[in-house]
Design a binder for this molecule. Structure first.
Ligand code: UD2
Ligand code: MN
Length: 575
């Protein structure tokens, strides 16, 4: 009888499990196969309104249900498998209107399940790697936001819970930087309480900006590693292990995933290249550039090995917690947005650490074309303020590139940077020149140069100007304005007449003076300080004022040395 009773218990337990599985699967996947598209959208929307159990429990069920018995149901709802969402015609006006709120298609985002499925985008070599996860440090995930949308923020939280080994996930810390949206108040507090991972919600009464918000999150963290993410990301399969692996191997490694693109319009998940790294231009804008051959070779051609990168984008990275503080955390004097990524990149490299893009880790991010939130005091003021703090502390003589382009910024206030300069001294950090030579020799900043500033014709008094044009277009020649920008050129010791964004003054096959890529041909000019003549090396001809019908572009002529071929270069330092 006792045996019979046991037998009954097993049967009851088993059927209960099956009922649970069924209910769970019904809730988890928005199956629209038998519905009109409008009904399906409504269902998906309802699903977003109701907290769903995170995918983690599927893992739990997989363990107790024999392999092969798991019902095979591929989710088919909007955006599943990272697919693009098509907003139905009836909702297009609403979508257009709501785009302004977050500068992404909120209606599309709201249609997608908070638990949306994504394919495993990793390269095969990555899928094969085995990690000693039990030895890895734990991490706190820090997400700061100002007025983030509900669906993007919570889809991120779910993607973390669904796709990170639970043992490594110490907590998720949400830092609300003075948002004024109802859904980010009590609704958020209540929602996160039901999640199977500890989630702390911190709030600033006053807008602090993302830098200070991240510091607030870091201060409250208890994990051994801090992992920062923007609030509109989605983590993919296996994203966390390779990041923590690098930090486990070397605590001074600061690691970034590949940042894939989540379309701001359709929310399609679009994989980014593993062949790009982070750089910057003279204006100190962060930019992606192709990974140079030497870095591919350093890795022996194995693209699954982490790429060293001169700079990071800023939003998505992991760093050992104690090392974060040792190396100077963040510059608390930086406001709202911008610059902190370059500041940290220079600091880490110059003070003994290293930065990697870990190509086995992929996280999607909604890149926006414009910023949705307010910028107290104005965008330019904030960005210049932050950038000035970087150049003054870290860039030594190379800060002139930034100031020549933005001369107006030179005399504006940027607060006190003595503490940051002391930090640099205390950590015995290397020079910016060392960084350019050793970490970023491909940089657009010439190591050595003869001049930096305007290029003025002695006869006409006019200046060479890119007019904001690109490589392949003609060079302009207009009145000198003394405002830097498009009139700043550097004559480098490699004899290039270079301006920002790797653009040089070159000559075309028919001997026209053009803008061209500095890495291309016909870029060399020799300047004679006594005669003021700029001679083009390949053609042996001289740069001169505009002639003929082309009144607004400098030309090339046989060298005569007359005034029309004489040029004054800004800030010369010949030696
Ligand atoms: C990029 C980075 C971002 C940051 C920024 C430069 C990526 C993918 N993103 O810009 O992390 O490094 O460059 O500063 O690398 N936020 C606040 N308070 C504010 C302003 C913003 O909490 O006052 C939050 C915001 O809600 C978001 C995060 O900070 O979660 C980053 O802001 P963003 O998404 O506008 O920055 P993004 O991606 O253009
Ligand atoms: Mn962002």
């Amino acid at each position: 009888r006792r045996l019979k009773f046991q037998y009954c218990k097993v049967i009851i337990a088993t059927s209960m499990v099956w009922v649970m599985v069924d209910m769970f699967l019904l809730m988890y996947f928005t199956d629209c196969s038998a519905m009109s598209s409008a009904d399906c959208q409504r269902k998906a929307k309802e699903e977003n309104g109701n907290p769903q159990p995170p995918k983690e429990s599927v893992g739990f069920l997989e363990k107790i249900i024999p392999q092969g018995l798991m019902p095979k149901r591929v989710p088919t709802g909007p955006g599943e498998q990272g697919r693009a969402v098509a907003v139905p015609d009836s909702m297009k006006d609403e979508a257009k209107e709501k785009f302004k709120i977050n500068q992404f298609n909120l209606v599309a985002s709201d249609m997608i399940s908070l638990n949306r499925s994504l394919p495993d985008y990793r390269m095969d070599a990555c899928k094969k790697k085995e990690y000693q996860v039990s030895k890895f440090p734990t991490t706190s995930i820090i997400i700061v936001f100002h007025n983030e949308a509900w669906s993007t923020l919570l889809r991120l939280v779910h993607s973390i819970i669904n796709r990170s080994p639970r043992a490594l996930l110490k907590e998720i810390i949400l830092v609300d930087d003075a948002s004024d949206k109802d859904h980010l108040g009590r609704q958020l507090d209540n929602y996160v309480k039901k999640l199977p991972v500890p989630v702390k919600v911190l709030r600033s009464e006053e807008r602090t900006g993302l830098i200070r918000a991240r510091l607030k999150g870091a201060a409250a963290s208890t994990g051994e590693v801090l992992t920062f993410l923007d609030a509109h990301c989605e983590c993919t399969e296996g994203w966390l292990e390779p990041l923590l692996h690098e930090i486990y191997k070397d605590r001074t490694s600061v690691v970034c995933p590949i940042i894939d693109v989540i379309s701001d319009d359709t929310f399609e998940y679009i994989t980014g290249s593993d062949m790009t790294w982070g750089g910057f231009n003279w204006k100190l804008n962060f930019r992606w550039y192709p990974v140079p051959q030497r870095e591919l070779e350093r890795r022996g051609g194995d693209r699954s090995l982490p790429t060293k990168t001169p700079t990071m984008a800023g939003g998505l990275f992991a760093i050992q917690r104690d090392y974060f503080y040792e190396i100077g955390s963040y510059d608390e004097g930086m406001d709202i947005w911008g610059g902190e990524n370059l500041e940290m990149s220079y600091r880490v490299w110059m003070c003994g650490g290293q930065i990697f893009i870990v190509t086995c880790s992929r996280v999607g991010h909604v890149f926006r074309k414009t910023s949705p939130y307010s910028w107290p005091g104005g965008v330019a003021r904030i960005i210049n303020h932050n950038t000035q703090r970087i150049v003054e502390v870290w860039m030594d003589e190379y800060k002139d590139f930034f100031y020549k382009i933005n001369p107006g910024v030179k005399n504006t206030a940027y607060g006190d940077v003595t503490a940051r300069k002391e930090l640099r001294k205390k950590l015995q950090c290397k020079s910016f020149r060392w960084y350019l030579e050793n970490v970023y020799p491909e940089s657009q900043m010439p190591l050595d140069f003869y001049s930096l500033g305007e290029v003025r014709n002695k006869e006409t008094g006019m200046c060479i100007d890119t007019m904001g044009r690109k490589s392949g277009e003609k060079v302009g020649m207009v009145a000198c304005h003394g405002m830097g920008g498009n009139q700043v050129f550097s004559l480098t010791k490699k004899h290039k007449l270079m301006t920002d964004d790797n653009t040089c003054i070159v000559t075309s096959h028919n001997k026209k003076v053009m803008l061209g890529n500095c890495g291309g041909g016909n870029t060399e000019w020799k300047y004679d300080q006594k005669t003021f003549v700029l001679k083009h090396v390949n053609t042996d001809m001289c740069l001169q004022k505009p002639i003929g019908r082309e009144r607004d572009t400098p030309s090339l002529g046989s060298c005569t040395g007359e005034l029309s071929q004489q040029w004054i270069l800004g800030d010369m330092k010949f030696d």
